[in-house]
Design a protein around this ligand. Structure first.
Ligand SMILES: [Fe+2]
Length: 293
């Protein structure tokens, strides 16, 4: 697949950091118009209290309104397991289409079973407005964008490229953070390695924007790097580390990781494009499957 890269377009990017989940949300503005996209928004969730709130999403909404931007796309790089998406909340306030990778259907099939969802839970991705496949092109205003299929962390992961900026989701972390885990159901360390190679095949000067950073070694959080920097300095894949070595390392590392605190609510909400499921009474309600994950 040859991707339609155009390094001459520089979108304006505003970054929002959610400290409880170490997630970055981006507002990406087309330089030629007022159109923008939101990438990986966050809903605030106090799991112990079962309490949802909207401060993080409101910050993004307030920014878009204050700048007079028109929201065209609300993109999820994948079905996140560590935070709940605010996509429908943002869409209700500002419009825009919610998009995710077409392999969302695989995630819905897998977790539809884990959560014993009935037949009313559609597993065809129809909760989303757009399903992307490898190489799909779309526009934010005048800015040409495209999606790269990057499975490995999850089966539905996509990297989105907008001008000279790529939003890598959970493929790569900052060079000193390495790569994302590949042990969730449907994840695969070898596939993740191959997907990372696709990202590293983009031009050296391509700006890469992370979905997460955990400030390894106590450094302040960081979210932006380049393909060139990842190629030379990434501690998991830089300087030509082999596929075999990566798989071995990644598999051993993943076996020692705890599940993310919010994985159970996140999956139930995010596989529904950010909608909270409802019980027979019509009330928002989440399940905890026992010994299934
Ligand atoms: Fe993730």
């Amino acid at each position: 697949m040859t991707y339609p890269v155009n390094m001459t377009v520089t979108p304006r990017i505003e970054t929002f950091f959610d400290a409880p989940t170490n997630t970055f949300t981006y507002v990406v503005k087309d330089p030629a118009s007022d159109a923008c996209a939101v990438i990986d928004s966050v809903l605030d969730f106090d799991y112990a209290a079962g309490h949802l709130s909207f401060e993080s999403a409101d910050r993004v909404i307030d920014y878009i309104r204050a700048e007079g931007l028109k929201l065209e796309w609300i993109i999820e790089t994948h079905v996140h397991a560590d935070h709940l998406s605010a996509a429908p909340y943002i869409q209700e306030k500002l419009g825009g289409k919610i998009g995710v990778g077409e392999k969302i259907t695989v995630v819905q099939e897998t977790f539809g079973k884990v959560f014993n969802e009935g037949t009313e839970f559609e597993r065809d991705g129809s909760q989303f407005d757009a399903l992307f496949k490898d190489g799909d092109r779309y526009k934010v205003g005048e800015m040409a964008c495209f999606a790269i299929y990057t499975p490995g962390h999850t089966p539905a992961c996509m990297v989105h490229v907008m001008g000279n900026a790529a939003f890598v989701g959970d493929t790569l972390f900052m060079p000193d953070g390495g790569s994302a885990r590949a042990d969730f159901p449907g994840g695969d360390a070898g596939e993740l390695y191959d997907s990372i190679q696709k990202v590293l095949s983009l031009p050296d000067e391509m700006r890469l924007f992370m979905c997460h950073d955990y400030g390894p070694g106590g450094r302040p959080v960081a979210w932006e790097t380049t393909v060139a920097e990842q190629k030379t300095k990434n501690i998991h894949v830089g300087e030509g580390k082999s596929r075999e070595a990566f798989i071995k390392f990644r598999t051993e590392r993943d076996a020692a990781l705890d599940m993310p605190k919010l994985i159970i609510p996140s999956l139930q909400v995010n596989m529904r494009a950010g909608e909270v499921p409802r019980d027979a009474e019509g009330d928002p309600m989440l399940k905890v499957p026992v010994n299934k994950l």
